[in-house]
Design a protein around this ligand. Structure first.
Ligand code: ATP
Ligand code: MG
Length: 276
């Protein structure tokens, strides 16, 4: 069974791309066939996977617009050992061009339908906005992973994000739910970080992932070497945390699937996106 997760938060620079790239590499290391979809015109996930965004012939843009087939645009990250549907600045045009398409919000979902059986996990990296591109990510996925920094404004904007997810759940994709909140760039020496982290646990309970990703310079250095941090320095604290997060996600997904099987309930009939 393929699990499709979107990594989203409309705030900029909160660790979406670092999470997508390192989670993809961690899942690959745990033996999972993984596809990373770069849905951000910045192309950072593409570069961080060791693929030069300036030299791309076909990208996710061509797939969304219907100019090529998804398999033709998919590349391989040698460093990360996962497949990549890459992006570059051309993707910014899709926002406007998609306006002329019917069912424009489900273009990615349709494209992934053709290849999903080839993968155990598909991870989608989103731009810092709740745009048509992010909406395509939400319509294609079963779950949202929300990376969050434990700082004063962390909760600001979270309700917008959750409301958008609820609307998508109601109107387009009844599969969609929040898989979990991931605490990233965590600094345990900062009292405020600990307070916000405790607040998140209090408010969201089991929706908060157990694994915490520390602030770690090796994770920030890795993209300039075209490698996920998990590969660049596997012994670093950041890499170890992402490997642990990969294991936790696999465990969480299997537990949810076991409950569904036991209840003999089709996977599509999920409940309210905020429910546990
Ligand atoms: P955008 O909204 O622009 O797409 P983003 O949410 O994808 O940003 P990232 O690009 O992953 O965020 O991270 C922002 C910056 O923080 C980058 O320079 C990245 O290297 C750095 N960074 C991310 N996670 C960590 C971490 N755990 N420790 C140290 N630096 C980190
Ligand atoms: Mg990013």
């Amino acid at each position: 069974m393929t699990r499709i997760f979107v990594v989203a938060n409309q705030k900029g620079g909160v660790g979406k791309t670092t999470t997508t790239v390192n989670l993809a590499a961690a899942l690959a290391r745990h033996g999972q066939r993984t596809l990373l979809v770069d849905l951000d015109p910045q192309g950072n996930a593409t570069m961080g996977s060791g693929i030069d965004k300036r030299k791309l012939v076909r990208t996710v843009y061509h797939v969304l617009i219907g100019l090529c087939d998804i398999a033709e645009a998919t590349l391989w990250s040698d460093s990360g050992k996962y497949a990549v549907l890459p992006a570059n600045r051309e993707l910014a045009g899709a926002e406007v061009e998609l306006v002329d398409f019917e069912a424009r919000e489900t273009r990615l979902a349709e494209a992934l339908g053709a290849v999903r059986d080839r993968y155990d996990f598909i991870l989608i990296d989103c731009p810092p906005s709740l745009s048509m591109l992010t909406l395509n990510g939400f319509c294609a996925a079963q779950g949202v992973i929300i990376p969050m920094q434990c700082e004063y404004f962390a909760l600001e904007g979270l309700s917008d994000l959750v409301n958008t997810i609820r609307k998508v759940h109601a109107n387009f994709n009844t599969d969609l739910q929040v898989i979990g909140l991931l605490r990233v760039m965590f600094d345990p020496r900062v009292t405020l970080s600990q307070q916000v982290s405790a607040q998140l646990e209090q408010h969201f309970g089991g929706k908060v992932f157990r694994t915490i990703i520390p602030r770690n310079v090796r994770l920030a250095e890795a993209p300039s070497h075209g490698q996920p941090g998990v590969v660049f320095d596997p012994q670093s604290k950041g890499a170890r945390a992402y490997l642990e997060f990969g294991a936790e996600l696999i465990e969480r997904v299997r537990a949810v699937e076991a409950v569904r099987r036991a209840a003999n309930r089709p996977a599509a009939a999920s409940d309210d996106p905020r429910s546990e």
